[in-house]
Design a protein around this ligand. Structure first.
Ligand code: MLT
Length: 401
């Protein structure tokens, strides 16, 4: 995970739309210019053609954190986050002169020859990025726990917060919130079988919870604030059942305590069949309109693309494993009265999967729990409203620090 000298670029009016803000297309092209500028200063613009290969973007997730306008000057930093034989991943950040993070992007490239066949990544690329350790955010590491490698992002120091993603997502769903929670040690793994973590032949809430406890062991972390989104909340309940001593406080986003009813279990089986027949893209088509608030669907194309990239970036077998684990999960309502640690419940006002009223009822059943309803958000509050979500989490964390 290493970066190269940053590039500075100016924002011109032609990068902006009628409202004076930089468009997503312009940002994509600014980030691309920065990458080629960096190559020109390093191994040369012809580094790929010299080797008879070309980098093709296979996956891209772009996130805006603040508007950019004509006249702004941005510093773009590019980091190699992962490389394999024929593919590599870059993380790019755009910051204003005062250091404010305004946008970032995660890109996965595959090197192909003229026939479109995968070819090795030119060695100059990995040499260029070198082996220097980076202090940048969003570094993806791999840690071996319980016989499998889990991918995880770790940022910052301080009281640890373990972020658990939902279904069918990966650790990057937390990135917009993690970027804002400076002053805390933020840990976000991909669950087994999802994102960049290894597949397994076993999936259950107990396995996920045991993986996370083993991950905390591997990180020398005794206790953490556990923050779970939807399925991540089901896993947080399982952590309370199996590893209560590791839970310092609890944040439950867009989640519920009840187990699936018969109809719910039948739908899980249908989704497993869909995945096995048509793969993750079909799941993405089915789920995206349900996961996001109608407003996010139309007004936040970068969120829709990030979500699609997460869903299609996980293997069908891992997603099917998660569906089985959710289908068979136990009822956690008996736990609610005895959670015994500070708890924050967050709901999205437009959540179509878990009605906000159900989240409120859950919060009322947890002694002393705080409840917050986030407007203009559906089932994925950290992705759809990262500013409001991180503010609520930060206030809660200050109180439990
Ligand atoms: C999630 O977001 O994790 C899932 O929607 C939870 C579920 O399907 O029960």
């Amino acid at each position: 995970m290493t970066s190269v000298p940053s590039v500075e670029l100016y924002i011109y009016p032609h990068h902006c739309d009628a409202s004076g803000r930089v468009t997503e297309t312009a940002l994509v092209s600014l980030l691309q210019s920065a990458r080629w500028e960096q190559l020109a200063r390093g191994p040369g613009l012809d580094v790929f053609s010299r080797r008879g290969t070309w980098p093709v973007v296979r996956k891209a997730a772009l996130e805006f954190y603040a508007p950019l306008r004509a006249g702004d000057r941005i510093r773009i930093e590019t980091t190699l986050t992962q490389h394999g034989r024929t593919s590599f991943s870059l993380h790019q950040t755009a910051r204003l002169d005062n250091g404010t993070l305004v946008a970032d992007a995660d890109l996965v490239f595959v090197c192909v020859n003229q026939q479109g066949e995968p070819t090795p990544v030119p060695p100059e690329i990995t040499q260029f990025f070198g082996r220097r350790p980076s202090v940048r955010a969003s570094e993806t590491q791999h840690l071996a726990v319980r016989g499998i490698a889990l991918a995880l992002d770790i940022q910052g120091d301080g009281v640890p917060i373990l972020f658990i993603h939902g279904f069918p997502l990966d650790r990057t769903v937390w990135r917009p919130v993690m970027a804002k929670l400076t002053g805390w040690k933020r840990i976000a793994p991909d669950l087994r079988g999802m994102g960049l973590s290894d597949l397994s032949d076993r999936y259950s809430m107990a396995d996920y919870a045991d993986d996370l406890a083993a991950l905390l062991d591997a990180l020398d972390t005794e206790r953490a604030v556990i923050c779970g989104l939807s399925m991540g909340g089901y896993i947080a309940f399982e952590m309370l059942r199996r590893h209560r001593e590791r839970v310092r406080a609890l944040i439950l986003c867009n989640t519920r305590a009840e187990a699936d009813d018969e109809e719910g279990r039948r739908k899980r089986d249908e989704m497993i069949q869909l995945l096995e027949r048509d793969g993750p893209p079909a799941l993405a088509e089915l789920m995206i309109p349900k996961l996001l608030a109608p407003l996010s669907l139309t007004a936040m194309p970068q969120v829709v693309e990030h979500l699609r990239a997460m869903i299609t970036g996980s293997p069908a077998a891992g997603l099917a494993g998660a569906l089985r684990a959710m289908r068979d999960r136990p009822d956690s309502t008996p736990l609610l009265g005895e959670i015994g640690v500070p708890t924050l419940v967050i709901a999205g006002r437009d959540d179509q999967l878990i009605p906000p009223a159900a989240s409120k009822n859950m919060a009322e059943a947890i002694p002393g729990a705080q409840f917050t309803l986030i407007p203009d958000a559906g089932h994925l509050v950290p992705l759809e409203q990262p500013v409001a979500t991180s503010r609520v989490i930060a206030e809660f964390l200050e109180a439990v620090r």
